[in-house]
Ligand binder design. Structure first.
Ligand SMILES: [Zn+2]
Length: 107
């Protein structure tokens, strides 16, 4: 069981970022490049073990967010990395919190 759960995941292709709204009300986001560089597919793990740095290509696109049970998501990037599993707790660490404008919350 993980500490965190995503409520809603939004891919913002325009700005090149992934936005997650969490069940506890926090919203956080990260750019595609940062997510790709945090990829932990077999290929990336091998590269990390060899001490190779992970550099995302310019203009990299996130093509698909595939749910992995209630465990997390698998992110598909257009550079062929489509097997990286991102557990919720890992995403929670990776993404940067952003302010949320709550409808009806204004006094
Ligand atoms: Zn990878």
């Amino acid at each position: 069981m993980q500490t965190h759960q995503a409520l809603c995941i939004t891919v913002e292709s325009q700005s090149g970022s992934l936005v997650i709204d969490w069940t506890d009300g926090l919203r956080s986001q990260a750019g595609f490049a940062a997510l790709r560089e945090a990829c932990r597919c077999g290929r990336c793990r091998g590269a990390i073990a060899r001490g190779e740095s992970q550099r995302a290509a310019e203009g990299l696109a996130l093509t698909r967010v595939e749910p992995v049970g209630d465990y997390g998501v698998c992110l598909h990037f257009d550079d062929g990395h489509d097997r990286g599993i991102y557990p919720w707790d890992y995403l929670r660490e990776l993404l940067i919190p952003v302010p949320v404008a709550r409808p009806g919350a204004a006094a």
